[in-house]
Design a protein around this ligand. Structure first.
Ligand code: FAD
Length: 377
């Protein structure tokens, strides 16, 4: 009978337990094992993969090559940078879904595709280049054509600026209800936060979705995808959509929910010409309190507050606004608030990071002059 050393036996078992379970009692993850499992799954799923049978590590030239008839997930990027982080995250997120359904990922880029850039390295199985166009409706129509060409199950966009706008237009064209700002997803469910960020909502993954940035890992399997460029014949945009070229609009009239710098007027503003002048000179976006909207000085969509728009500007400059709770609710996500008010004790002054206790009618032209703008004598 072999002799058993009880201390050694106990130590062996202890090590074993520590290896399999972390300090929190949960099973430990083995990233190497997971990566190998994933590669094996890909090899099983796609007969067209060309990887040396005996190779322990794939050589740089080896790639995953998918057949044309797999299920496709499309990622759309309007970025002009060669490899932006947001695009890598989209591709990584798309692969988590594609892996579950045994599919591949098509990267659709708009206007720019550097021939020297190997998009297979960041996870593109196929790439499509769409021409640069200024009309978002035409772009959405072209994206819809690519979706149709690949019979894609899902299409993902970034949530921000023009990408998010084209996402919504594409969804309308397809008659789909998009899910926006996803921060978790699987092939079946999409999770996002409701406006205000407090409630988490989960629903079946729809055809069109936008993904929150910084929430998904980039594609990293250690092996590049094919990245093959596909040419698609695109029809002219549908009748009724006219490309009017680039239209230069004033920052003053930008939508409030996108504005980075807002100049807002309350009942303490009486010189409306000076108000518009200072907003233009500072490159801000016009807004106001409900009081001035009710009085007809500004249109309803310019109202900030609980019953108007909740704004998230970097800087909110308030002229003659008292800071009623309903108004302050609208500016709570602004990073910096500046108040110009004659009343030192106004709630807006208390909320502000910087306050000017003075008549708005005098401060507005003074600021316009400082910013190099024109002031009528
Ligand atoms: C259900 C409900 C929803 C509402 N929703 C909103 C909303 O979404 N948004 C909103 O804004 N309000 C909303 N209100 C209205 C809100 O309660 C206030 O009445 C409103 O915000 C006040 O607007 P104001 O600050 O421009 O005017 P006022 O309260 O009259 O304040 C004017 C300010 O200007 C200052 N001032 C006066 N003269 C000068 C001068 N020459 N120079 C500098 N400062 C001067 C005064 O000291 C004062 O602080 C809502 C109210 C209700 C009941």
């Amino acid at each position: 009978m072999p002799r058993i050393d009880p201390r050694r036996h106990e130590a062996d078992h202890r090590d074993d337990a520590v290896e399999r379970f972390g300090a929190d009692g949960l099973p430990r993850r083995d990233p190497h094992k997971e990566k190998n499992q994933r590669l094996r799954r890909e090899l099983r799923t796609h007969s067209a993969i060309r990887i040396g049978q005996n190779a322990r590590r794939p050589a740089a030239a080896q790639r995953i090559v998918l057949a044309d008839d797999v299920s496709w997930i499309i990622v759309v990027s309007l970025s002009e940078e060669p490899w932006p982080d947001a695009e890598r995250e989209l591709l990584g997120a798309a692969h988590t879904v594609a892996d579950e359904i045994g599919g591949g990922v098509v990267l659709v880029r708009v206007g720019f595709l550097d021939p020297a850039t190997d998009l297979g390295q960041i996870g593109a199985d196929r790439t499509v280049l769409l021409p640069l166009m200024t009309d978002p409706n035409a772009l959405a129509a072209h994206v819809a054509a690519v979706i149709e060409r690949f019979k894609a199950c899902h299409v993902f966009f970034g949530e921000g600026g023009a990408d998010a706008d084209v996402a919504r237009r594409t969804a309308i064209l397809l008659g789909e209800r998009p899910a926006t700002s996803l921060h978790l997803l699987s092939s079946e469910r999409a999770t996002f936060q409701e406006a205000g960020g407090r409630t988490e909502v989960s629903r079946p993954l729809p055809k069109v979705a936008t993904l929150a940035s910084g929430r998904f890992d980039a594609y990293e399997s250690g092996i590049a995808r094919e990245g093959r460029r596909i040419e698609i014949e695109l029809n002219a945009p549908a009748p009724g959509v006219r490309d009017l070229g680039v239209v230069i609009t004033s920052q003053a009239d930008a939508p409030l929910n996108e504005a980075r710098f807002i100049v807002s007027a309350g009942d303490g503003v009486t010189d409306w010409e000076a108000f518009r002048g200072v907003t233009e000179a500072l490159g801000g976006t016009i807004a106001g309190s409900r009081q001035v909207v009710d009085a007809g000085h500004l249109p309803r969509h310019r109202q900030v507050g609980a019953s108007g728009t909740l704004v998230e500007a970097r800087c909110y400059l308030a002229f003659g606004i008292s800071g009623a709770p309903q108004h302050l609710q609208g500016v709570q996500r602004c990073r910096h608030v500046i108040a110009v008010n004659t009343d030192l004790h106004a709630a807006m002054v208390k909320r502000a990071d910087l306050a000017i206790i003075a008549d708005a009618q005098q401060v507005m032209p003074a600021l316009t002059r400082l910013a190099g703008g024109h002031v009528d004598a």
